[in-house]
Design a protein around this ligand. Sequence first.
Ligand SMILES: [Fe+2]
Length: 243
Amino acid sequence: MKVAVLSDIHSNIEALAAVIKDAKDWGGCEWLVAGDIVGYGGAPNECIEMLRQLGAVCIAGNHDWGAVEKTSIYYFNSAARQAVLWTSKNLSAESRSYLEELPLTLINGEISLCHADFTNPASWEYVFTLYQARRQFDGFATRLGVIGHSHVPFIVQASEEDGRAEQVMEESVKWERGSRYLINSGSVGQPRDGDPRSCYLRVDWSGREIALRRVTYDVAGAQRRISEAGLPSSLAERLPLGR
Ligand SMILES: [Fe+2]
C-alpha cells in the first residue's frame, strides 16, 4: 500500500498536477491532503476538482476555512488576506460547499492528519521547534501524524519506549518498530524552505519507508495565473525562491 500525503497546495494547479503525476508514476494508490487546498494561487476551483476526481481524503487548513468564513483571517498578512478574499469571491458553489464540509482532523488507518497543531487543531499554531514537535505526539494516537501549515518539511521520530523524540536528518527513513513519527509533508504549491520544488510525503507501508519527495513544476505557469487573477505580485515572485 502506497499513500501520497499532500499539503498546502494553495491553488497552484501546475504544482498539484506535477505532484499527482509523480506519485502516480511511483504507484501511489491512496491520497490524503493535510489542508490549505486554496489561498495564494490563481486556481482554487481547478485544484478542488482535481482532488475530487482523485478521490483524495482532505482536511481543512486555515486558508480553506478562511475562504468560506469558517475561521478568522484577522492575523493574515496583507497579501494572504487579499488572496483569501479573492478566493472567496471566485469559488464556485460546489467548491464552497466542499471547503465548508472539510473536517479539522481525521484518522485514515495508521495516519492522523491535522493542518497545524494536533493538541489544538482550531488554534492554527505553528510547529517550528523540536520542543513544539515533541508535544504534538500527545495529540494523536496513530503510528504517523502528518501536519502542514509552515510549508517547511521535517520528520521527527519518537520512541514508544522512553518517549524521546529526535529530528530525522535524512529525507527518507525506514519505519522502525516501536517508533512513531510526526511529519510535516511540506508544501505542494508554495514551498518556503529555500527549495522551490513542490514537496509531498510518500508512505510505503509494505516497504516500510517514509520519504519526503521533491518535484519540479511549471513555476512560470503558476506565476502567470497569479498575475492574470490580479493577485499581489509578491505571491508570484516568491515561488521561484522557495520562500
Ligand atoms: Fe499554508
